[in-house]
Every structure is written in C-alpha cells, then in structure tokens.
Design a protein around this ligand. Structure first.
Ligand code: SF4
Ligand code: SF4
Length: 188
C-alpha cells in the first residue's frame, strides 16, 4: 500500500537527520548551488516539495542525480537545514521505490556499477567497473554509441594512467565490506 505523505516526510527527516519545517524558503541554498542552473528542481524547490509531502515528485526529479554532494547548500542555510542530506535521502527513496527519472538512468547505472565494484573488491577496478556498466547499459538500451564512445576513451585513459587493469593492493577484510553493504540493504 502507498505510504501517506506524512510517512514519507518522516522518512526523509530520519535519513537526513534534519527538520524539513525549519526551511523558510529563503533560496540561499539554490543561490550557492554550482549545479542549480542544470536542475529541473533546484534545492529550494526540492525542499518545498519535501515540506508539503510531495516526496515522490521530488524523488522523480532529475536534479537529485545532478547534485555533486558538495555540501554548499547545507553550509549556507541560515536555518542549518541539511539540504544535501535531504537530496541524499531522496536518492535513496528514488532507488528503493524504483521511481528514478528515465533521464537519469545512465547516472544511476554508473553509480550502481561503482558500488557493485566496491562491494566485490573493496575498492574500484576501473576496467572491470566500466565493462560492467557498459554491458548492463547496452543490454538495457541497446545504446551502441555509448559503448563506442567509452571504448574510444579507454585507451586514452590507460595511456594517462587514469585506468588500470590490475586491482592494486587488496583490501584486507573483504567480508567486512560485504557486511557493510548488506547492512545498507540497497539493491544493486
Ligand atoms: S537555505 Fe535553508 S532555509 Fe533557505 S531555502 Fe534553502 S533549506 Fe530553506
Ligand atoms: S550538495 Fe548538491 S544540491 Fe547542495 S549545493 Fe552541492 S550540488 Fe547543489
């Protein structure tokens, strides 16, 4: 059954450790956001939607995946609202409820490939991660151009030492990493 709006609000507040009602819509978070101009719903609008309980609408926004987690919004808020934490909470709800904006599918797909790689190895292996991402993205969208573009980027990155075939020094306790992921409980 659908959660009532109040339950969604409480969930955001719990995840973000902040009080949505503290926001008085001054707009300072949006004014300082380096990604605000590229967002369909900038931070102030996300806060407004969250305050009135339109969590689903906010969780479907493309902007939550454009956020850089730079924390400028939280630092500038005169009411100490954890705006960046609210964006993080909306991302989590977006994934949990499968309501991610189709426009953001590539960003979400990449973030999941990154997390799968960390869960498996304890750290990232760029070649393995890129292969995982491209394979899943290709089969979901049949986006040949994306595979070609990434394929052309690979040799340049390898030549500049930005990609490595080897994993590097292994993480001592991979089981611990797996347990952390299991506790987070996010489907990847
Ligand atoms: S800066 Fe703080 S009070 Fe102002 S709109 Fe953003 S969240 Fe609300
Ligand atoms: S954390 Fe995200 S929403 Fe906040 S200022 Fe940075 S980019 Fe903008």
């Amino acid at each position: 059954m659908e959660k009532p709006n109040q339950d969604w609000k409480a969930r955001v507040e719990e995840l973000a450790h902040t009080r949505l009602s503290d926001c008085y819509q001054c707009g300072k978070c949006t004014a300082g956001c380096p990604r605000g101009a590229f967002m369909d719903m900038p931070p102030t609008r996300l806060m407004c939607a969250a305050q009135i309980g339109e969590i689903k609408q906010a969780a479907q926004a493309d902007s939550i995946w454009r956020c850089l987690s730079c924390l400028t919004c939280s630092a500038r808020c005169p009411k100490s609202v954890n705006v960046s934490g609210v964006v993080d909470a909306l991302r989590q709800i977006s994934v949990e409820t499968n309501s991610t904006s189709p426009k953001s599918a590539k960003i979400v797909g990449f973030q999941k490939a990154f997390l799968r790689n960390v869960r498996r190895n304890g750290r990232t292996n760029e070649v393995e991660m890129a292969t995982d991402f491209e394979a899943r993205y290709f089969f979901r969208r049949f986006d040949v151009m994306n595979v070609i573009n990434t394929g052309m980027l690979g040799p340049k990155m390898l030549a500049r030492g930005k990609m490595h075939f080897a994993l590097g020094s292994p993480v001592k306790d991979k089981e611990l990493v797996k347990r952390i992921f299991a506790k987070c409980g996010v489907e990847l």
